[in-house]
Design a protein around this ligand. Structure first.
Ligand code: MOS
Length: 734
């Protein structure tokens, strides 16, 4: 029954990707395809008073220059612009809607030409005069203007009194800078004009149906007028959850010109959207003399745009993760003249848990306790926030397995005490946590008489391995070899799926496949039983299983009939079933994934150069559907965690409200030379409650805790505590 699930099955789309057969949004061709190049604002706030495109229009090959003044109609109410993951509160940004400038880098015109080079050149000739207004982009300077969220967190006990009375206390601010998405694939859309007012939109997105609904409402189109397709995505990690600017621009141009149009943002222009908001995370912890937590206070102050309230769960983890009778959490926003932040791998947790886990390390130092021991003293068997038991929680095992593999017991706790030649050696650890979410997803399975099955669903595969796990689950459920399963994803006309994000798609899509496969099984079972002289005629339908291309008695596999025979006999070319899987609502348990991350750094004492030489990440995430793609998910998160700890920072010149390092030459991300040994351990975590397969999902959990483990290792190596990320040489030598 389980030939594929749980095994390290190679990506079913691997060959298509390495041979270049896999087509990405910016690669689709169409007859007479035009190319758009975006012109962006160079001020942070104000108004366009004059936009002169005449010179650009005189360039041979330029077809049009679209602006707020000559664009086709766009919806004029906020609801039409709200996609399925838009913030509840606020007014979504509308590209080329009006003359108002809300952030530096905002798209203000689209030059459309016969080829990309011409469009790019002509874009330099568009003259724009602005009327500038006063603006603010500096969170540090505007910290005092922070506004508490509408729905404040309910306090537990009296954290302030407990903190004041605590035997040992630690309190500090940790600062996570703004960080920008840099997926390999640029943000891209090719909108194909199909004639008769119909459009096919090839878009880089995490949710084709989200984009479909958005485009229909923004452009006032009927659902059948637009089809959104996104077969392959070159990394997105949250940057493709909401519809991006270029999908509006390409579609707007296609409608205006009745031609096919491609718009690809440059790496530089991608910094006009898609970032993890800068946060100032204030954490205060109070403990008894023997190291039991008594008070947890976590206040996050985050940047958002003036037009939308983007907020994620930075602080809730502090209340959930460790047992503490008293807790006080708050999340505040500062509205600045910037684009709206967006989700970025483990949004909220990556930042908030980083601060919490650095603070826990500092508390351990103050208490002279081993950091793991401190965490075990306040280990929470129940979700403290909701006061609920977990469906499963093997975090204890993560600490044990991770520590053992890392060699943690050989650690000398004194900072600066461990060396390797010229280099200081530091060992640090941290806890990671994420949610195990699951969403309604529908899947269609078409089984043909020749023993092939097509499995289709609107879900995206953003590089995580959705194609592969869907094929694995389908192959097992239908009793067919994986080679006979053809998975089709990410077409808005396919059965419904939400955006792929939050680490929910593995569990969600897998159970939708099971649900559709069960309907197929039942249909085939009925037909098999009805065959004259059927060897399974007397077997009850629930006892019949699909295995090795047969319908067999689950209790005696020798009593079987081949699926091909059943279909031939029933004169069926195909059996088709579509099913929406909804998980039963169960508020009786908390659902989370956990990890224990161990990091080794080696630091050149004179130069301050930090290398992360080893990471061990022990992850408890229920049943792992595919240990190969799962491992890749965690590895990617760990590498990103190295970036958060040591490299990534969007630097803004607040005199202009402009990002100064909007490219991957100056915005540093880890490169191969920064990545050394990474060991990933999947801790067994049987979970019979969460869902039928016991799957919790992977992805986000890979990054959570990693930056803190590294920061704690840097402290252990040097005795220096850097609380403003990233930890760079200048801060270390300061
Ligand atoms: Mo998720 S924020 O889409 O990695």
């Amino acid at each position: 029954m389980n030939a594929y699930v749980g095994t390290p099955t190679s990506r079913v789309d691997g060959r298509a990707k390495v041979t270049g057969a896999a087509q990405y949004a910016g690669e689709f061709q169409a007859a007479g395809l035009l190319h758009g190049f975006v012109v962006t604002a160079t001020i942070a706030r104000g108004r366009i008073v004059r936009l002169d495109a005449s010179e650009a229009l005189r360039v041979k090959g330029v077809v049009d220059v679209l602006t707020h003044a000559n664009r086709p109609p766009l919806a004029d109410d906020d609801d039409a612009w709200k996609d399925e993951v838009a913030p509840e509160k606020g007014s979504p940004f509308r590209p080329l809607y009006d003359d108002v400038i809300r952030f530096n880098g905002q798209p203000v015109a689209l030059v459309v030409a016969e080829n990309w080079e011409t469009a790019k050149f002509a874009a330099t000739l568009v003259r724009i005069d602005y009327e500038q207004d006063g603006f603010a982009t500096d969170l540090d300077a505007k910290r005092g203007h922070a506004i508490e969220l509408d729905k404040p967190h309910k306090p537990r006990g009296d954290a302030e009194t407990a903190l004041n009375g605590a035997a040992v206390r630690h309190e500090a601010d940790y600062v996570i800078p703004t960080e920008h998405h840099n997926p390999m694939e640029l943000y891209a859309t090719t909108t194909v004009w199909e004639g008769g007012n119909r459009l096919t939109v090839y878009d880089k997105t995490q949710g084709v149906q989200n984009v479909h609904k958005y485009l229909c409402s923004v452009f006032g189109k009927k659902p059948e007028d637009i089809r959104v397709v996104s077969p392959y995505v070159g990394g997105a990690f949250g940057s493709g959850l909401r519809p991006q600017h270029q999908v509006v621009l390409a579609t707007l141009a296609a409608l205006a010109l009745e031609r096919s149009v491609r718009v690809v943002l440059t790496r530089h222009q991608m910094y006009g959207l898609g970032y993890r908001p800068m946060t100032i995370e204030h954490v205060a912890l109070g403990a008894s003399a023997d190291g039991k937590l008594d008070a947890v206070v976590h206040e996050a102050i985050a940047v958002t745009s003036r037009h939308e309230d983007f907020a994620r769960n930075d602080t809730g983890w502090a209340e959930q993760l460790y047992r503490s009778p008293n807790s006080l959490l708050s999340h505040k926003l500062v509205h600045l003249d910037v684009s709206t932040p967006c989700d970025m791998r483990a949004p909220g947790a990556a930042s908030g848990v980083c601060a919490l886990e650095c603070a826990m390390d500092e508390l351990a130092v103050a208490l002279k306790l081993d950091p793991i021991e401190l965490r075990l003293k306040s280990y929470s068997e129940r979700d403290q926030g909701e006061d609920l038991p977990y469906t499963s929680k093997q975090l204890r095992e993560c600490y044990a397995r991770g520590a053992e593999s890392f060699g943690w017991n050989r650690r000398n706790p004194a900072p600066g005490s461990m060396r390797d030649g010229k280099e200081l050696v530091g060992w640090g650890m941290a806890t990671g946590v994420w949610e195990a979410l699951q969403m309604p997803v529908a899947v269609r399975i078409v089984l043909t008489a020749n023993g092939h099955a097509e499995v289709s669903c609107a879900a995206s595969d953003i590089g995580t391995g959705t194609y592969t796990i869907v094929a694995q689950v389908a192959a097992d459920a239908l009793g067919l070899p994986i080679e006979t399963i053809d998975v089709k994803l990410a077409d808005s006309t396919f059965p419904q799926a939400p955006v792929e994000g939050g680490s929910w798609m593995a569990a969600s899509s897998a159970h939708a496949v099971l649900a559709a496969a069960e309907d197929i099984r039942q249909e085939l079972a009925r037909l098999a039983k009805a065959m004259p002289g059927s060897p399974v005629g007397s077997v009850d339908i629930p006892d019949l299983v699909l295995v090795d291309g047969m319908i067999a008695n689950g209790n005696d596999k020798s009593r079987a009939v081949s699926i091909a025979d059943v279909m031939r006999h029933s004169r069926l070319e195909r059996v088709e079933k579509q099913k929406l899987n909804q998980f039963a609502e169960d508020k009786s348990h908390a659902r989370n994934t956990h990890s224990a991350v161990f990091a080794e750094v080696k630091i050149d004492e004179e130069l301050g150069v930090i290398r992360v030489t080893r990471i061990v990440s022990a992850v408890a995430a229920g049943r792992i559907l595919n240990t190969k793609t799962g491992r890749s998910q965690i590895m990617g998160g760990v590498v990103w965690g190295i970036g958060m700890a040591l490299h990534e920072e969007t630097v803004m010149d607040h005199r202009f409200g402009r990002i100064m390092n909007a490219d991957i030459a100056e915005y540093h991300i880890p490169v191969n030379a920064d990545v050394h040994d990474i060991e990933i351990i999947f801790v067994d975590e049987p979970d019979h409650r969460i869902n039928r397969l016991g799957v919790k999902g992977l992805g986000e959990i890979g990054i959570v805790g990693v930056p803190a483990a590294i920061a704690n290792a840097v402290y252990h190596a040097t005795g220096k505590r850097i609380r403003r990320f990233p930890i760079t040489v200048d801060k270390l030598l300061d």
